[in-house]
Write a protein that binds this ligand. Structure first.
Ligand code: KDO
Length: 338
């Protein structure tokens, strides 16, 4: 997975920008303007990460910042937000390890199936010193500061076919299944590791693709399946729990550096409070939604999860991704879990 020339150039200009825009931020403040914090995300405004940011983050920084979220990828397309922050066109995003891995391949360790064990493990990993070099690299080379880890949930396989047409027990049962995965190498690899034929597609196009049969299925946590109404156009959910998925709440390093110490402390506290609030709500929804989905007529069942775990883990360990993981890091991550 060599980094493209364009991405290397972007990294170089992001590092320069991180220095040059600090003065711009200070200028806005000196004129009594609030600091503009635009956030772009493909999430809907009813997604629990969005609700948490709207209710907990924005109000907590309102004295000095104007938090302006843009949902449903209405400001920047999914996967382009980091570039937008790096080039000074956006202040915040809810980014993913998969997106960061397109710049820094070692982030792929956090995209590997069956590595994170649960929401608490994600937090322990994010707050552990093992994350420091990852955070430093994103700040220094991309101009993006990772503030907090947000819980998206356990990703499950969600298919158009009924269980009678296709019952999934092991990865072999997904052979030939055209599974939509988000559009980066790390996501596509996960789809293949599950045994499926992955197709890249932006999140905002998934509903229509399922409705028209352009894809056979998609993977996301249950709260997303419900929030995005994918249950209206699918018939089964296979509880593979193949990725305990996270997103990072990210802010431009240049904007961060333009804040004074009290403002930085307020932004950090607001980010942590929003992440915690969103995590609690998402966990509650995850626990409650099986019943709702069954009421909607979907079959929801567990496959042979051990078979999926074995196949996915061995696919990663023999991949180019694993070759980019720092020595001993997987063991350290595992040791922070149960
Ligand atoms: C998705 O595209 O399936 C995904 O779940 C990937 C996540 O990293 C994140 O971008 C998420 O979409 C969006 O926030 C929409 O929920």
């Amino acid at each position: 997975m060599p980094m493209t020339f364009a991405r290397r150039t972007l990294l170089a200009s992001a590092a320069a920008l991180a220095v040059s825009t600090v003065a711009g931020t200070a200028f806005a403040e000196a004129h009594g303007d609030k600091i503009q914090l635009r956030l772009s995300s493909p999430a809907s405004e009813t997604d629990q990460r969005a609700v948490a940011l709207i209710e907990k983050f924005g109000p907590a920084v309102a004295d000095f910042a104007s938090f302006e979220p843009h949902w449903n990828a209405s400001l920047f397309a999914q996967g382009t937000e980091l570039e937008a922050i790096a080039s000074g066109d956006l202040e915040m995003s809810i980014t993913s390890a998969q997106e960061l891995a397109t710049f820094f391949p070692e982030f792929s360790i956090f995209t590997a199936g069956y590595v994170h064990q649960d929401a608490a493990h994600q937090v322990a990993v994010f707050n552990d010193p093992l994350m420091d070099p990852f955070k430093a690299k994103a700040e220094e080379e991309l101009g993006v500061k990772l503030l907090s880890v947000m819980y998206l949930g356990r990703r499950q396989v969600n298919l158009r076919q009924s269980k009678d047409e296709l019952t999934v027990n092991t990865p072999a049962d997904l052979a030939g299944v055209n599974l939509r995965m988000p559009g980066t190498d790390a996501w596509q690899f996960l789809g293949s590791a599950l045994g499926a034929a992955p197709t890249p597609l932006a999140f905002t196009e998934v509903y229509t693709a399922l409705q028209t049969g352009a894809v056979d299925g998609q993977d996301n946590p249950l709260p997303t399946v419900v929030d995005a109404k994918f249950y209206e156009v699918t018939k089964q959910i296979v509880l593979t729990s193949h990725l305990v998925d996270l997103n990072y709440l990210a802010i431009s390093k240049a904007v961060w550096d333009g804040l004074d110490a009290d403002q930085q402390a307020a932004v950090q506290a607001a980010a942590d409070a929003a992440a915690e609030f969103g995590r609690e709500n998402q966990l509650k929804k995850e626990a409650d939604l099986v019943a709702f989905l069954e009421e909607q007529g979907l079959a929801v069942y567990e496959p042979d999860v051990a078979a999926f775990r074995d196949a996915v883990q061995s696919a990663y360990l023999s991949s180019d991704f694993a070759a980019s993981w720092p020595e001993g890091l997987l063991e350290k991550i595992n040791a922070l879990g149960n």
